[in-house]
Ligand binder design. Structure first.
Ligand SMILES: *Cc1c(COP(=O)(O)O)cnc(C)c1O
Length: 413
């Protein structure tokens, strides 16, 4: 029984602690729980959002516009806060579009991407005068028809399904046959269709994948993305003024993950822009769109232990939360291997990790596992369990109606 205990996940130590209690936004977690008035809840830390954007600004080239992909966390207060820090938003639905338009962000700095935009959503986007990132020839036709009816000339960027893949990415969204974008080989034809409609072609959107922690792979993808945009621009009827090169920056979910080296990615991107992009496309505004990297580490899911039991020698801490709020932490959001998210007992941060416990939710399914046999301090009913790395694809990517529990509150501190 001489198992080695894993080291503490680095994100846990970015939060302050006093008298054994984790602090978020300068407030003890126990007091925050009282302030919210109920558990479970999500809390997002404004100062960590600020710090993250600051770090991105430091490492990315000055001329890269930084967009926030709202689908990672669409909480209106978070989006409002980020409106003052980033250069634009990426939206993927009519409601995300509304959330973005409710902020002071100018419409021309909002991009609307996503397959299967409904005619109603497209009509809203045309009326709002945001950039529409088109995903098919059919969609170009629908937008042209709406533009005629509204007597407007929407700005169009063509989302390209690249002819390369992002290797080692958590989620691939380009290369091979995909529902996203127009295949690179069909883009010249799509540009002819756009040029013959009353639509304003402004450039390209090329997004190859998500959750990448390897700077060498991201650098290679950015190089291929820029080369592809330059090659395609030779068929364009107007200068390329807009180039959304995607993002794909990952965050370390597990102790074995190494955080992304953003400095080297930024340095290499600066070189690519100077040496390759500028000579060919002098007018192109380069945009990076990031979701998870901006908000993921700034959010916690907080849930309370309501039962403690031992089943055939294994200790279970049963909480009032679960996968209906934080599906990804249960390992059921597309992960191939289930590993534990970083977790802690928020009111026992000063106590030794004495026992191996499994943390489960309150749903009637064995899938509802928030941590599997993790070393933690001895916990009791009433203690607060914290699941870190919960700021992105938490509540927004969870089956909230499953078992009909109420929605958890979300706060920004
Ligand atoms: C989901 C998505 C993003 C954000 O991805 P993250 O992994 O959260 O950074 C960016 N762009 C597009 C087109 C997306 O679909």
């Amino acid at each position: 029984m001489n198992e080695t205990r894993p080291e503490m996940h680095p994100t846990i130590s970015t939060f302050a602690r006093h008298d054994g209690c984790l602090h978020v936004g300068g407030v003890p977690l126990t007091r925050l729980a009282d302030r919210v008035g109920q558990t479970p809840f999500f809390v997002y830390d404004r100062s960590l959002l600020n710090r993250r954007i600051q770090a991105l600004r430091t490492h990315l080239p000055d001329e890269v516009a930084l967009h926030y992909a709202i689908k990672a966390n669409p909480m209106p207060a978070v989006v409002q806060h980020l409106a003052g820090l980033v250069d634009g938003f990426d939206v993927a639905s009519g409601l995300e579009l509304k959330t973005a338009l409710d902020t002071p962000m100018p419409a021309e700095h909002i991009g609307f991407a996503g397959p299967g935009k409904s005619v109603e959503e497209l009509a809203q986007a045309v009326a709002a005068d945001v950039v529409i990132e088109v995903e098919s020839l059919g969609e170009i036709g629908r937008i042209a028809e709406l533009a005629r009816r509204q007597r407007l000339r929407p700005r169009i960027a063509i989302r390209v399904n690249p002819d390369f893949e992002l290797k080692g990415a958590g989620m691939r969204m380009g290369g091979g046959p995909r529902q996203f974008g127009i295949d690179a080989e069909q883009v010249p034809q799509a540009m002819i269709v756009v040029a013959h409609s009353d639509l304003e072609f402004i450039g390209f959107h090329i997004f190859a994948g998500s959750q990448n922690l390897r700077s060498d792979i991201l650098q290679q993808v950015q190089e291929q993305t820029i080369d592809l945009a330059i090659a395609l621009s030779q068929h364009a009827s107007a200068p390329v003024r807009y180039l959304n090169i995607g993002g794909g920056f990952g965050i370390p979910y597990f102790t074995s993950d190494t955080p992304l080296d953003v400095h080297s990615v930024g340095k290499n991107l600066g070189r690519l822009i100077r040496e390759r992009l500028r000579p060919a496309l002098p007018e192109a505004r380069v945009i990076m769109e990031l979701g998870r990297y901006v908000v993921g580490e700034a959010g916690l899911y907080v849930t309370r232990i309501i039962d403690r039991k031992v089943s055939r020698g294994q200790i279970f801490l049963v909480t009032d939360g679960g996968l209906h709020h934080q599906l990804a932490a249960s390992g059921n959001f597309g992960q191939l291997i289930r590993r534990n998210y970083p977790v802690a007992i928020g009111n026992r941060m000063d106590q030794p990790e004495k026992e191996k416990v499994s943390i489960v939710g309150c749903l009637c399914t064995p899938l509802d596992l928030l941590a599997d046999r993790e070393y933690l301090p001895t916990a009791e009913v009433g203690d607060l369990i914290v699941v870190f790395q919960s700021g992105a694809y938490g509540l927004t990517a969870s089956p909230v109606n499953f078992l009909s529990h109420p929605l958890p509150p979300e706060i920004l501190v």
